[in-house]
Design a protein around this ligand. Structure first.
Ligand code: C2O
Length: 320
């Protein structure tokens, strides 16, 4: 059967992957009428949002992006229960991926299965709209971390400026200063994501997706700035990934890979399985309204109002 939208009433404490309980609640604020969360309808739009490669954006764009994220961070202080706030947005990932929600008595987990691409697509969709609305720019689009192109194989520089709203101190120092990703050592990195038995992840989810998470986060077992043991925070553990702004930029490229996959080989199609198409998620939008969304409504990205600025995909012609 399909996976229904999570039951918010039974949302409970989440567990750090390979670690103890998350020390705070990741559950979203409860909507007024829990039993009548409506199905999402796409608002009208005039112009597609165009997502560009992160290593190519200009200063003006970076200024807007920083402003949008700092407004989101301000909401953490002015109203921690505002579903648009920085921490609430990060909690979305924690709730869906660290056992806060239960489905049929088991923990809900959107990774390691066919929910991986659609869940993150919807998540980014609302996150991007929230950022745009915080700066009154209905065309604002997130950038993509173009790690599949030689020029994009390092942390995009705008995320590496201490003091910027895009900076996160909880990263492995080896990601700093334009260091090229060390693909060769990925197999040796501690691998916090995906250690529990799950139905099975696709190739993109394993590498480079999980590898980049582990490469960017702090080293598991090391000490965090607060003296606690690191479980890979922020980018290397499901519950905390959303606290690093680069997480969303990483996933925009994962989302782009879904499109590239459909475009390569000509005849690739999304699944026709009804259990997949009718699976649902719960999200808040930029007006703090709660919605249920279906997988079937996220298959056409242009209908969702965005597209990707094209980049060459050198790997397409590569034959090992
Ligand atoms: Cu939901 Cu990259 O993890």
């Amino acid at each position: 059967a399909r996976i229904p939208a999570p039951d918010l009433k039974s949302c409970s404490r989440a567990t750090i992957t390979d670690g103890p309980e998350v020390p705070y609640s990741c559950c979203p604020p409860k909507p007024e009428d829990l039993d009548k969360v409506p199905y999402y309808k796409f608002p009208s739009m005039t112009k597609l949002r165009i997502r560009s490669p992160a290593h190519e954006v200009n200063e003006e764009y970076i200024g807007k992006y920083e402003l949008a994220i700092s407004r989101m961070r301000e909401l953490d202080k002015s109203d921690p229960h505002d579903p648009r706030s920085f921490k609430q947005q990060a909690n979305v990932h924690c709730a869906y991926c660290n056992g806060a929600y239960k489905i049929g008595g088991k923990e809900l987990q959107v990774h390691f299965s066919w929910l991986f691409f659609p869940f993150h697509r919807w998540y980014l969709y609302f996150y991007e709209r929230i950022l745009g609305s915080l700066i009154d720019d209905p065309t604002f689009a997130l950038p993509y971390w173009n790690w599949d192109h030689p020029k994009g194989m390092h942390l995009p520089p705008m995320f590496d400026v201490p003091g910027s709203s895009l900076y996160d101190a909880r990263r492995n120092p080896h990601v700093r200063n334009g260091t090229i990703m060390d693909l060769g050592s990925f197999g040796e990195e501690p691998y916090r994501l995906g250690t529990a038995p799950k139905p099975g992840a696709g190739t993109i989810e394993n590498i480079p997706h999980n590898a980049i998470h582990a490469w960017t986060g702090t080293v598991p077992g090391s000490k965090l700035e607060n003296g606690h043991e690191s479980f890979g925070e922020n980018m290397g553990n499901f519950y905390s990934v959303g606290l690093d702004p680069v997480f969303y930029c990483h996933h925009i490229n994962v989302d782009r890979m879904w499109n590239e996959w459909k475009a390569t080989g000509g005849k690739r199609r999304d699944l026709a399985d009804k259990d997949w198409l009718n699976s649902e998620f719960f999200f808040y939008d930029e007006n703090c309204d709660p919605w249920r969304v279906k997988v079937r409504d996220c298959l056409d990205h242009k209908k969702m109002g965005y597209d990707y600025a094209p980049m060459p995909t050198p790997w397409r012609n590569f034959k090992p």
